[in-house]
Design a protein around this ligand. Structure first.
Ligand SMILES: [Zn+2]
Length: 466
């Protein structure tokens, strides 16, 4: 195949620790979580027909290909990290060097199949109880949507014991892993009391370092007509209880949820408590949420369905505030501080499940915005944990190329979480690897609904098949 179009050209990023990196460049693996991977042994994957590294300019990649595609490739995993990735013709010397002459502990010939980085799902709501199948059935049958769907999940979640919530979280995370997801963000937002939100972030933190405090999901029934009083609670006692367990703060900035002014209060309070900022905005109609997010330096603003030109310009511009004399994509700075921009995270499972119009991915990409794809897995508007489905929808319904969609579901998700250790396969990156039961990543969109994930390594340990 020819070189895929450039999904996100010339992006440079500042990691959470402040050091400039190029998406997909070798990294020291800073980021939350358990330090060096737990996979003590080494695994050599050979016979890879098509390897997506997301490392532009890496060994064996084509010029100008941000997905760093390598054909006839080899990947070496060692100590929970990628030790080397590149073309088979260079592998003998590179692997011997990387292992200091040791033989790998395991060698897996994948028989010409495709390998991609593990998916990074940067937007889920997985601490909940109950389901809303009846609401979905009614919506699909054309009966009017009844407001308060989120509140029914709130009631079920409040009533559930910890073990029920913990088991549900584990079940959904297992489901996601079987579909190739190796990094997951999980939000609170179905508790909406100090104790219930604290419980949600605490349980989420048992499962992932990417925990988001979303106390400002909706105004709970007991605060009906007193939204500002609820925002006081969110910014006060609730934030104080949740911040120790969370990395991020989020708010649903939308008509019917929280106003831009209320959203700003929540986000600024969260930032003052040391949390990174992410925002739900512009899902149901136009509004100020996207520009608010960019103005506050949010890592991501999610949904982005109803955008005006100023929103698109703000998103694209958030990535170009670095010094203009900095060579794009080199990761080199010229002394001026590079800026990590705001990722536009698109959630096509929502539009699929609600029959709303899809966001205009092409408009964002063509303007130079950085786009991620995520599942928004939740029991109301998008009850799928499948990143392959999101890729297929992005290609079929949003006119993203396969290369763009796979990049956005891996490297894009990593940028949305400001992680430089996942979403790509280069020396030093976490050994989070997905083997597809297909000769090419194109099959993710070409064969929708088919279980194409043949094997998953997380931190160098093979999760699947067991
Ligand atoms: Zn959401």
């Amino acid at each position: 195949m020819g070189h895929p179009p450039v999904p996100n050209p010339g992006i440079r990023v500042v990691s959470a620790a402040g050091s400039p990196v190029t998406p997909g460049s070798a990294s020291s693996g800073r980021g939350p979580g358990p330090g060096p991977g737990s996979g003590g042994g080494s695994t050599l994957l050979t016979g890879i027909g098509e390897l997506t590294t997301n490392v532009p300019g890496g060994p064996g990649t084509g010029d100008g290909d941000p997905t760093g595609l390598v054909t006839d490739a080899v990947v070496l995993l060692d100590g929970g990290r990628v030790a080397w990735a590149g073309p088979a013709r260079e592998a003998r010397d590179a692997v011997a060097h990387a292992l200091d002459g040791r033989a790998p502990d395991a060698t897996v010939d994948v028989g010409g199949r495709a390998v991609i980085p593990g998916f990074v799902d940067s937007h889920t709501h997985l601490v909940f109880a109950g389901d809303r199948a009846a609401e979905f059935e009614a919506r699909m049958a054309g009966r009017p949507y009844e407001a308060g769907g989120i509140r029914s999940t709130v009631a079920a979640t409040r009533a559930a014991p910890d073990d029920v919530l913990r088991a549900g979280l584990a079940r959904h995370l297992g489901e996601a892993a079987r579909q190739g997801t190796t990094t997951v963000e999980v939000k609170s937002g179905y508790g909406l009391t100090v104790a219930d939100e604290e419980r949600a972030v605490r349980l989420a933190r048992e499962a992932t370092p990417e925990v988001t405090f979303l106390g400002a999901h909706v105004v709970p029934a007991e605060y009906a007509g007193r939204a500002d009083a609820y925002v006081d609670l969110v910014c006060g006692d609730m934030l104080a209880a949740c911040a120790p367990h969370a990395r991020w703060v989020d708010v649903f900035c939308e008509t019917g949820a929280f106003t831009p002014e209320q959203s700003r209060r929540v986000l600024e309070a969260g930032a003052a408590a040391g949390l990174g900022v992410r925002v739900h905005a512009n899902q149901l109609g136009p509004g100020e949420g996207v520009r608010l997010a960019v103005g506050l330096g949010a890592a991501a603003v999610d949904h982005c369905t109803y955008l005006i030109d100023a929103d698109v310009a703000a998103l694209a511009g958030s990535w170009s505030r670095a010094a203009p004399d900095t060579a794009p994509g080199t990761g080199a700075t010229s002394g001026a501080e590079a800026v990590a921009g705001t990722v536009a995270t698109l959630l096509p499972g929502v539009e699929f499940s609600t029959r709303q119009p899809y966001p205009d991915a092409r408009r964002l990409l063509d303007a130079g915005a950085v786009v991620a794809l995520a599942s928004d897995c939740n029991p109301g508007s998008s009850y799928t944990s499948s990143m392959p489905l999101c890729v297929a929808l992005a290609v079929r319904e949003m006119r993203m190329t396969v290369a763009e969609a796979v990049w956005s579901a891996t490297a894009g998700g990593a940028l949305a979480l400001r992680r430089d250790d996942v979403g790509h396969l280069a020396p030093g990156a976490r050994a989070d690897v997905v083997l597809l039961d297909a000769p090419s990543r194109v099959h993710l969109a070409y064969r929708p609904g088919v279980p194409l994930v043949a094997a998953v390594w997380k931190d160098g340990v093979r999760l699947l098949p067991r």
